[in-house]
Ligand binder design. Sequence first.
Ligand code: AMP
Length: 397
Amino acid sequence: MADIHTYNFSGKRALIRVDFNVPLDKETLAVADDTRIRAAAPTILHILKQGGSVVLMSHLGRPKEGPEEKYSLRHIVAHTSKVLGVEVKFGGDCIGAEAYDMSAALQAGEVLMLENVRFYKQETVGTESFAEALSKHGDVYVNDAFGTAHRAHASTTVVANYFPNDKMFGYLIEGEIKAVDKVLNSTDKPLTAIVGGAKVSSKISIIERLLDKVDNLIVGGGMAYTFVKAMGGNVGNSLVEDDYLETARTIMTQAKAKGVNLYIPTDTIIADAFDNNANRKEVKIGEIPAGWMGLDTGAETSKACREIILNSKLILWNGPMGVFEMENFQQGTVDVANAIVDATAKGAFSLIGGGDSVAAINKFKLADKVSYVSTGGGAMLEYLEGIELPGIKAIRG
Ligand code: AMP
């Protein structure tokens, strides 16, 4: 594999897989949130500055049967030009004579955007002939789409085979990989993971892997009630996965055997309905009355978590402590976010990875006060689980 830092792009056409799957305004089809476009800009601008030209390919939405106007990348061309400060041309299609003519005519410093690769079903199937057709747009392949790195699609994985010596990660993917590797492979201690969110079942692989790595494991969110029930507590109507009670017991036994400090919340904010305006009370977590459900963690839990987090050198946070989308049940998640911010200010490295904890840290406007916020979603979860992502493997070879 090549290295974006040292590769000479002068006179080269770089085919970059970006993740421009951005939300569009339903009425005007204008870009509603350009975070992903801005995130890819450093890679694109680096190549242009070096005297290369750029061909961008991406998917947008989930078109079912061929082209659909609402999923056309045409809608984001103008906005991308604005973000880059460079005029972006549009290829009309992602393969075919017209698109090839346009990419072949690119001069140094120019940018072409291809049409949505998912307008061809061969993209998600990962068809070799389609990947080969895409490969004709570039002399060098750069993958900067971490969000789709866990998919073995034509443009994210298979296409790399056509650039045996000229394939590399962009800055965005490189940053994601470095951040996770830093948390999971560094010798700095203590390492604390906070794993929250709705269900034990969706986090079990991560928890099992983390038990071999972490010093402290804080369990939060809906998941915690399965642990509490497994310990014989009363959880009322809280979210519980009865099929996972045994799994929860095994995790507790394993944590003890491995010397991991497993922290389960001790108090909770309960509600008499799954509603922001429901009646609320703070109780011990194993003493939830019938008809009530735990929707957030309590003050004692926040205090204990804060102490653990402030004493940590490495912090990984995945999943909220409660139903943070509802204002009356967001405090536990706010408290954890603030503790992570304060630990970071004291010198800890903090990674917010995967789904809803990223949404939470953005909601609380604290994203710039932690070390790294992943854009990866599902890809980040799989990487944390230790799964070798096809898009990453295809580059590393
Ligand atoms: P996940 O995608 O697994 O990280 O789950 C995130 C979701 O879990 C969020 O939408 C939260 O609202 C939800 N959640 C967190 N705590 C609870 C809880 N105590 N009861 C029900 N849902 C919860």
